[in-house]
Write a new protein. Structure first.
Length: 260
């Protein structure tokens, strides 16, 4: 049994335990989280009966196993404004990403709330630590502790979901995030990640992995020296606020830094 098969087997048992724990929350139908705080469709695909699928959005990867649904569905990965969930996060926790699923039976148009196999989410980010948490977001918007702890290996958090009665938020302790410099990489014409949340006084390292040379620009604040491929530049964000960062020559390559 390979690593993914072992994780899938564990996820099945864990998700089954979760379903028993929350009882009737896994109804046949599901709330439409596109109207409950997650308006953006970050990724979507049609999944035929008996087929598997993978959706990717930045650092988030969603693995849908074959047999998760008994009919053809449209699977949508939804996202909400992360700042909105950051304000609701427990004290001392920073929200890194939020998401929800909208799964629609393409024949009947009904929303599906319960899956036959767990849909596995993986999120890789330098801010992920052994103390990062995986929270449920109720239709009311309230954050609730997920009864199952996520699996964390290095900077990757993984969790299985046997339904879509809630949305989710991944957080990390603010003090741990602030204690070290985070890194973003410019590669293939984009910043990865495209949005970063920092504490006041935290450093952010920008690595240029593109061709040629360029400058990093923190709009209205500063511009880095010329960087070549493989070189990096580090800046300390000492004031709270939302900062927009771009490349000087490739101005379409942009990202956002939120400092609390």
């Amino acid at each position: 049994m390979n690593k993914m098969q072992r994780f899938a087997a564990t996820a099945v048992v864990s998700a089954a335990t979760f379903a028993m724990t929350v009882g009737s929350v896994f109804a046949a139908s599901a709330p439409d989280f596109q109207h409950l705080g997650f308006p953006k469709v970050a990724a979507t695909t049609i999944i035929r009966t008996g087929h598997a699928a993978t959706l990717k959005y930045g650092e988030l990867v969603v693995h849908v196993p074959a047999g998760a649904f008994s009919s053809q569905v449209q699977f949508e990965l939804l996202e909400g404004p992360v700042q909105q969930f950051a304000m609701r996060a427990p004290k001392g926790e920073n929200a890194l990403i939020d998401f929800a699923f909208k799964v629609t039976n393409t024949k009947t148009g009904t929303l599906i709330g319960k899956f036959q196999k767990p849909v596995v989410v993986s999120f890789t980010n330098p801010a992920i630590t052994a103390h990062s948490e995986y929270w449920n977001v109720a239709p009311t918007g309230k954050l609730l502790a997920n009864p199952l702890k996520p699996k964390i290996a290095g900077h990757t958090l993984t969790h299985g979901n046997l339904g879509a009665p809630v949305g989710w938020v991944i957080t990390t302790p603010a003090m741990m995030q602030a204690s070290s410099a985070m890194e973003v990489v410019v590669k293939n014409g984009k910043f990865n990640p495209g949005i970063v949340h920092l504490q006041t006084g935290q450093r952010l390292q920008f690595l240029f992995d593109g061709m040629g040379t360029d400058h990093f620009v923190v709009r209205g604040v500063t511009t880095s020296p010329l960087v070549h491929m493989g070189q990096s530049w580090t800046y300390t964000f000492n004031k709270p606020g939302t900062y927009h960062v771009q490349m000087k020559d490739m101005s379409y390559v942009q990202m956002t830094v939120v400092v609390k």
